[in-house]
Ligand binder design. Sequence first.
Ligand code: HEM
Length: 211
Amino acid sequence: MIRLFVRPMPLALILIFATFIPMLMAGVRIVQIPAELLPEDSLRLTVAPVSHWLHSIAGLLFGLLGPLQFARALRARFGVLHRLSGRVFVVAGLGMALSGLALLAQVESIATALLDIARAAFSVALFVALVLGVRAARVRDRSTHRAWMIRAYAIGMGGATVALVMFPIYLINGAPITGHASDLVFVSWWLVTIGLGERVIAQTRHKEVYQ
Ligand code: HEM
């Protein structure tokens, strides 16, 4: 019984908890966009309904499937499912990167150049990471495959999980931060998330211990 409590929490559970807010938001947008029920502060995005909707669906799938792909118990027991949902994860990630770029091109930005450049760069990085991850899987190079997929997940979720740091800042500050300060926090958090991904890759390079 005690072991149940001292065992490290499975990574998949931590990831599901950390990504809950953006997942919920993406799920709500999937319904709101076709129903034309977007809230006031997202009305700017109505100029690109297809990209906005595809981005929300792709983000939801990518965020839901990522933690499941990394769960060792599921990989070991349900190898076929891992390969099937892995394909969906990759297509969703590629779609998310492309629709993210499309949103950048189609919607008038309210962010600073710093965040827009970071979004474009991370979209390209996500695309490249997924392609390299698939290539490694094809040649059965499991350790390289795992590294590129963890990297892709960290790049993809880095921007989406920024609420985890923005909310405490809001509580301390008493008001949301805006402009350059907000975008600096945004990009810094994205880099921290990528750094965390690299740490997981380094720690699990020789043994599959991330679950
Ligand atoms: C490389 C990763 C990502 C990039 C580059 C990216 C890029 C973007 C861009 C440029 C926008 C438009 C922002 C605006 O002008 O207000 C956007 C919005 C959005 N993104 Fe992402 N995104 C990424 C990951 C994700 C993920 C993982 C999710 C899902 C969990 C997600 C869900 C959304 C949603 C729901 C919106 C619409 C927000 C709204 O309706 O107000 N994105 N994203």
